[in-house]
Write a protein that binds this ligand. Sequence first.
Ligand code: ZN
Ligand code: ZN
Ligand code: ZN
Length: 372
Amino acid sequence: MFEERLVLARNRMAVDGVDVLLLSAGADLPYFCGYEAMPLERLTMLVVPREGQATLVVPHLEAPRVVERPDVFDLATWRDGEDPIGLVIDRLPGGWNGKLVAAIGDQTWGGFVVDLLNARPGLSFTRASKVTAPIRMVKDEAEVKALRSAAAAVDRILSEVQAGEVPLAGRTEVEVAAQIGRRILDEGHSRINFVIVASGPNAASPHHEPSEREIRFGESVLFDIGGTMPGPGGVGYCSDITRCVHLGEPQTEFADAYEALRASQAAGVMAATIGTPCEEVDAVSRRVLEEAGYGRYFVHRLGHGIGVEAHEQPNLVAGNNLPLDLGHVFSVEPGIYVPDRWGMRLEDIVVATADGPDPLNRIEHGLAVVDA
Ligand code: ZN
Ligand code: ZN
Ligand code: ZN
């Protein structure tokens, strides 16, 4: 699995004129070699020359975490006091100077980028995502299966919320978020990525942090939750879902807006067929909200890709004319945010298949009314 992925990476490096791929913190590293770096100040870096063996440079004290895969990479460890940048430089192709193009992981610490630039004349950088994103975007069957089981897990959690099994009234957002977080782990995720619990006017902020605000009867609560579920090769795959519930019957204004939101989301899912440009899917969903008069309250892109990262490519956004392809997996999540008053969002993860869009999240899309 990792060998094949590195072959794909090297093919793209050849096309893009990249001499070496340098992967550090972030999701590219586990995707291509099964190891996830600790995102700390000690350097971990997979050095993948276009030709020849790859090397994983890791701190000595973290080496016990590495599952060795000699057919994928050699291991080079460094101890505190030694120079890890030198270990990387030693493994770069093409001598000590002269032009060398390295594709470096997008989430690599800026400090390491500076050190590498200073240590190797002629070195220039491009983003690793140029090489890795087109590969990671296309999920195989095993990856879709992992994403499906992650989606089913968060479906179970939010269907309990929709059924009124999680008490809300009189509790703070933080309390409810803690309970949901524990459920994310109970349902098989190895990691909680985010738990947004946004009540009443707080939902007008799309990325609201759960607060000490007490949830009251007569208002809505937005839940946007996700975690990472172990998948093929021990690499994690993410879940991400948004649903809204209302404590007691909603007012007409809110209910009407919700119906528009639901229609917009359904239209976006239906539009997500193979060959349709990403920006077109965004436009289809957005048009529904614009025609219902909510266009100016939909302040973000329609969706993002998902896989080993909660947010990856492809983005469903104006300006991205990439056509959807078999195995692309992405969110469809329109929202309406009325500042200081209320907000709502509806989000499913969807796979582009030969038979059309396949939503992985299957629970009720209507506004669930709960009584406590
Ligand atoms: Zn978001
Ligand atoms: Zn999302
Ligand atoms: Zn989300």
